[in-house]
Design a protein around this ligand. Structure first.
Ligand code: MG
Length: 173
């Protein structure tokens, strides 16, 4: 039996938003002021990239504890292969690896896919998932989930947009 491949988005699934900042405000900032559409704006200005880098500093991104625990448990079980597929842009690469290290996740994932070519996140994720063909992908962006569902037939997309509890052990059987 092959191992079950499970891919996770990072922000909003494993890493939480900065405390005290409403999700709507972050989406307004990151998604070109239209949170229901697939319009992601790449921050062209140095200052905006710097603000984003600071906002992704690991202390400002607490883990989503129950998912972190679940992932660590799965990592011990050997029947899963775990991946991260994150739309984070290239200028967040070092912040991302620092975050994973600080949360004890630097050896958990078989591969961490980051959007290093700064593509539109939904196209980047579609491309990676088509190639990787995981059994499951978990994301928290409703518009992106709808897009991926229409494009990917081999992968079950799980919706974490309302932070509904999900148990990997039960749902994935
Ligand atoms: Mg996300």
């Amino acid at each position: 039996m092959g191992k079950m491949k499970i891919a996770f988005d990072l922000d909003g699934v494993i890493a939480n938003k900065p405390p005290l900042v409403p999700k709507e405000l972050l989406e307004w900032f990151f998604k070109g002021h239209n949170s229901s559409a697939l319009s992601y704006r790449f921050p062209r200005y140095r200052l905006e990239q710097l603000i984003r880098k600071l906002s992704h500093f690991y202390l400002l991104r607490p883990p989503i504890k129950e998912n972190l625990a679940l992932i660590k448990e799965m990592a011990c079980q050997k029947k899963y292969e775990l991946f991260i597929v994150s739309g984070r842009y290239s200028f967040l690469e070092s912040e991302t690896y620092l975050w994973l290290k600080k949360r004890g996740l630097d050896k958990t994932f078989k591969k961490v896919y980051l959007n290093l070519q700064d593509e539109p996140p939904h196209l980047f994720k579609e491309k990676v998932l088509k190639d990787l063909k995981p059994d499951f992908f978990i994301d928290d962006d409703a518009a992106l989930i709808a897009y991926l569902k229409s494009k990917l037939k081999k992968t079950k997309i799980l919706d974490y947009s309302h932070q509904k509890k999900f148990s990997l052990g039960i749902d994935f059987k």
